[in-house]
Structures are given as C-alpha cells and as structure tokens.
Design a protein around this ligand. Structure first.
Ligand SMILES: Cc1cc2nc3c(=O)[nH]c(=O)nc-3n(C[C@H](O)[C@H](O)[C@H](O)COP(=O)(O)O)c2cc1C
Length: 215
C-alpha cells in the first residue's frame, strides 16, 4: 500500500472475523515496533501476544466493567468524545466481544527506561508516553498495510495490579495499552474523520494558521 493510504485509513476496527492471524504475519507486524524512536534509544516496549481463549476471556472480563463506567460518563455528558455518531454503539459491541478477537496484544513498558522531562511542571506528565506510543502506532500502521485491523485501548492500565499476576509480568514492567488485532469484518474507512490541518498547524506563533495548499 502507499504510505498516504495506510496513514489515512488506519481506523479503529471493532468488528473482526474469527479467522486466525498467521504467526509469521504477526511477527512481521510486530517487527515494525522495533523501528520506532525512544528517548536515549532505551526501547522500553515489551509485548505479550494473547491468543489463549481463557486468557482472552480474562482480559475481556477486566475490560467490560471499566468500559461500562466510561460509557456511563459519556452518556451523562461527563466525558467529552469527538467520535462519529454510532462509535459508542460500535465500541460497546467491541467491549462485549473482545474475547472473540483472534489476537489481544498486551503492550508493556519498562518505565525505568523512560525519562519524562515534564515531570516537575505541576501538570499531567505526558512525555514518558513519547518513548512508548510511537512504537504502538508503528504496529497499527504495519497491520493496516497487510490488511489487518487493530484497535488501541488503554483501559487495562487501570487494572494493572490484577493483570500482572495473570501474565507473570515482572514488577518493573507496566501495562500501557492493549491492541486488538485480526481480519476486519467490515471495510476499512476510505478516509478517517480528522481536524483540518489549518486548525492544528501554526506558523511561527500559536493560532496563526500555516498558509499552505491543501495536501
Ligand atoms: C489512548 C486511546 C485510547 C482508546 N481507547 C479505546 C477504548 O477503550 N475502546 C475503544 O473502542 N476505542 C478506543 N480508542 C479508539 C478511539 O475511540 C478512536 O481512535 C477514535 O474514536 C477515532 O476513531 P478512528 O480511529 O476510527 O478514526 C482509543 C484510542 C486511543 C488513542
């Protein structure tokens, strides 16, 4: 696939066929993670490929109550979402069928290997994630490139203490995301819904739109 097509159509896939993903293809997709940048090239990422039915069910059972609390917040207007109409219903279906997805990829990181330069600013520290999520995005793009669908979720991070013993995750390794992976049961979007460039790219000063022809 062309890079532009990959990047514009790597949408969240919430409906999957039950067909298995060949291990060699999975390895090729995961290999993309290795090439991401990380602070000091410390490469904090680790993955657990979960295909075992019992373990997938355990992950699904941990996910559902957190999802239900989140969605209640959305429905009461306490949590703002910019998602398309229908997304909550699709995400609800996803939450209830998580265990049926062929691969649940647990994303882990060794936090001693991240160096958050914004730790002391008295606001939410996000820089640590800059050594983690580029690698995850590489996986999403590599999967799309071979026709596999993915969805990135971070809800499991909230139940890390319960999750760790289930997968023998060492003390110094944290749960940072889960990515579902499989053959999509519906078509990929032709193009994702995103904010226009003029609203997010500024020239020399915040708020001054970059004058550029539409790509
Ligand atoms: C940090 C993060 C957490 C997310 N968590 C969930 C989740 O728990 N459940 C879900 O169905 N989608 C989740 N998503 C997917 C987003 O809902 C999705 O990216 C967004 O609605 C845009 O839709 P699109 O990717 O199809 O364009 C998450 C995405 C990110 C980046």
């Amino acid at each position: 696939m062309q890079f532009d097509d990959v990047v514009r159509t790597t949408g969240t896939v919430r409906y999957y066929k039950p067909d298995p993903v060949p291990t060699a293809l999975l390895a090729r997709v995961l290999d993309a993670a290795r090439w991401a940048p990380s602070g000091g090239n410390r490469q904090p990422l680790r993955f657990i490929v979960v295909r075992d039915t019992v373990k997938k069910r355990q992950l699904a059972e941990l996910y559902l109550p957190i999802w239900e609390r989140y969605v209640a917040g959305v429905r009461q207007g306490a949590v703002r979402v910019g998602a398309r109409a229908g997304t909550i219903e699709h995400a609800d279906h996803f939450a209830r069928h998580l265990a049926d997805i062929p691969v649940l990829l647990l994303v882990l990181a060794r936090l001693a290997d991240v160096h958050p330069t914004d730790r002391d600013l008295g606001r939410l520290s996000v820089v640590g994630g800059a050594s983690i999520y580029p690698a995850v995005q590489n996986v999403l793009l590599a999967a799309r490139n071979v026709g596999l669908g993915t969805a990135l979720t971070t809800l499991h991070a909230a139940v890390e203490p319960e999750l760790k013993p289930m997968f023998d995750i060492p003390d110094d390794i944290s749960v940072v995301a889960m990515v579902t992976l499989g053959w999509p049961a519906r078509d990929f979007p032709r193009e994702l819904t995103r904010r226009p460039l003029s609203e997010m790219v500024f020239a020399d000063r915040y708020g001054v739109a970059l004058e550029a022809p539409s790509p």
